[in-house]
Design a protein around this ligand. Structure first.
Ligand SMILES: *[C@@H]1O[C@H](CO)[C@@H](O)[C@H](O)[C@H]1NC(C)=O
Length: 217
């Protein structure tokens, strides 16, 4: 399997979602997605302290559709135990070994059995390489030495009200906010417009900011 296919499989598993625009992914799409990551890395802003702890809920996506599904991302600082566990699970499946000890963040998604170990990459703040734990989620394990390092660009936006996470190869982009202060529809759309990534899809539709809900009544 190519790097791209592995990334795609992981994305699909992760989101239990087959609505990824995979047919559009070819070499030219990868180049385009890498460019988008570079663009997102201009004026980077990312701080671990502002991201770890409480969940982030996905409210908008590009190149993937969640519709009414509400999915949360949780970021944790890594510990030696976490790194040991993920490296034990994954080292023999990796096409290329990361510097395991350099892992900084663990991201879990949906149920905690979907996890991604992240390593700060060179370049802009918020650039990361990632190792998906494809053993823990209980699916058929990948072929030996086949899993590439994934690449992501993360950025905090609008006084850290929003977090964007872009997969630099597949082009799946997630825009998340804190579920205890869900974004107003207008706020979400203006943030989407600023990003200039074109049209994507609202996610977790049906959940309303409670103030907005009152206004609509
Ligand atoms: C997580 O790590 C960062 C630096 O890498 C540190 O500043 C922060 O205090 C840590 N947070 C927790 C909750 O341990």
């Amino acid at each position: 399997m190519s790097a791209l296919q592995i990334g795609l499989v992981f994305t699909i598993l992760l989101f239990k979602c087959d609505q990824v625009n995979s047919q559009k992914i070819g070499d030219s799409a990868v180049k385009k997605n890498e460019k988008m990551c570079q663009k997102l890395g201009v004026n980077p802003f990312f701080e671990i302290d502002l991201v770890v702890g409480k969940p982030w809920r996905i409210y908008y996506t590009w190149n993937m559709q969640l519709d009414t599904k509400c999915l949360d991302l949780i970021f944790k600082n890594t510990t030696t135990e976490i790194v040991r566990r993920v490296s034990n699970d994954m080292y023999k499946y990796m096409a290329e070994q990361p510097t395991w000890d350099a892992a900084t963040l663990l991201v879990t998604m949906g149920k905690a059995d979907h996890e991604l170990l992240m390593f700060a990459d060179q370049g802009a703040a918020g650039s990361f390489m990632g190792v998906p734990n494809m053993v823990r989620d209980g699916n058929i394990p990948p072929e030996l030495s086949s899993v590439p390092l994934l690449k992501f660009q993360l950025k905090l936006l609008r006084e850290s009200r929003f977090l964007i996470k872009m997969d630099c190869h597949i082009g799946v982009v997630l825009l998340a906010a804190r579920p205890d202060r869900p974004p107003y529809h207008a706020e979400l759309l203006s943030t989407v417009a600023i990003l200039g990534l074109g049209d994507g899809y609202p996610a977790c539709v049906g959940e309303k900011n409670s103030d907005e809900h009152m206004l609509l009544k």
